[in-house]
Design a binder for this molecule. Structure first.
Ligand SMILES: [Zn+2]
Ligand SMILES: [Zn+2]
Length: 346
């Protein structure tokens, strides 16, 4: 099969082709696993974190990609839920131990044995991949493959972050950064909290316009002050300055959730501007969000179908994956990026 392999950690701006297209043997499903023919795989900022070593793959070479939509073409022993032909998605959670305290209390995202798709196991930048059937999700019929892929990470983790932010209808909500995840969260927030104004902070005018077109009540630059203080803010940027700026927009008792697996260090000195009295005092909180659970993914897919949320998508071929990653790094194109792998269109 054709697959894109990450073989070494590198800086993508110095080395704009970090993934190599190779012909390798297709994987075989083990007990409890299914083999998927991959149709599409969305591109996530976390792939940049893997390539550049902020979250280092536990195996190299590895096939990245954790927003996979494909069809079951072979089932291993003990497979009971899925059959050949079923369309399913694979998300960032590749597996968890299912028996530790975290797993048993609905927090499998915190499992010490958490394995991430495309980092700790081969992912979807390939023609085929294997996954345990209990970690694959039926895709609601409403969505095409391309529409469904970005929902599996950007959407699911956005949903988890929104829940962790403590949002309730009527509270004032803010979003810093407006890319693949941000635009899905805006649609979600508008549906779940119809009486909550949404404020978007983004450093580019095109993203601010995009936010307004999707229903943002106000959109300004990262360092602007919103017309009023906000109760819950979700940060989807890869850097630090927006975090510091967002805290100035937060109400007493408000919460800022950082939706990023890792932050880049390029502007880390911004943290020195943090002043306890103005940024944090009065019980302002900062909370991180780690990974996703299977429940997050399933619940979000159902919700997205009900609303419905159809992500804005830019398509690339498998061969164009490096280009897509560079464009993600340099923030050239709005919305979500998806690699089309199987030639059949859906
Ligand atoms: Zn992701
Ligand atoms: Zn566990």
């Amino acid at each position: 099969m054709k697959a894109l392999l990450l073989s070494k950690i590198t800086n993508i701006l110095e080395n704009p082709t970090p993934l190599q297209l190779k012909e390798i043997p297709s994987p075989q499903p083990t007990s409890g696993e299914v083999l998927l023919e991959v149709s599409v795989c969305a591109v996530c900022h976390t792939e940049l974190d893997e390539i550049e070593g902020r979250t280092v793959p536990t195996r190299l070479p590895v096939i990245p990609g954790h927003q996979v939509v494909g069809r079951v073409v072979q089932t291993g022993n003990q497979v009971k839920l899925l059959k050949t032909g079923d369309r399913v998605g694979v998300a960032w959670i590749f597996s968890a131990c299912v028996k530790c305290q975290s797993c048993l209390t609905g927090q499998e995202n915190l499992c010490p044995d958490y394995k991430a798709t495309g980092r700790d196991a081969n992912g979807g930048y390939a023609e085929y991949m294997c996954v345990r059937e209990s970690f694959a999700y039926p895709i609601p019929e409403l969505f095409s493959d391309v529409e469904a892929a970005p929902l599996l990470c950007a959407g699911a983790i956005g949903y988890r972050s929104l829940r962790l932010s403590g949002m309730q209808d009527g509270k004032y909500f803010g979003l810093t950064g407006f890319g693949g995840s941000g635009h899905l969260v805006l649609m979600l927030a508008k549906y779940l909290y119809p009486n909550s104004p949404v404020f978007v902070f983004s450093r580019t005018e095109s993203e601010r316009e995009f936010a307004r077109s999707l229903g943002a009540d106000w959109a300004g630059d990262i360092n602007e002050k919103a017309p009023q203080k906000l109760d819950c803010i979700l940060d989807t940027t890869p850097v630090w300055k927006p975090v510091v700026e967002a805290l100035l927009n937060l109400n007493p008792g408000g919460r800022l959730v950082i939706n990023a697996i890792r932050k880049e260090n390029s502007d880390k000195e911004s943290l020195l501007e943090l002043d306890y009295a103005t940024h944090l005092w009065m019980e302002r909180e900062i909370k991180s969000v780690a990974n996703v659970t299977r429940q997050d993914v399933s619940e979000f897919l159902d919700l997205a179908a009900r609303i419905p949320i159809k992500p804005e998508v830019q398509e690339y071929s498998l061969e164009q994956a490096n280009q897509a990653l560079v464009e993600l790094k340099t923030r050239k194109i709005r919305g979500a990026k998806v690699l089309r792998i199987a030639s059949t269109r859906n």
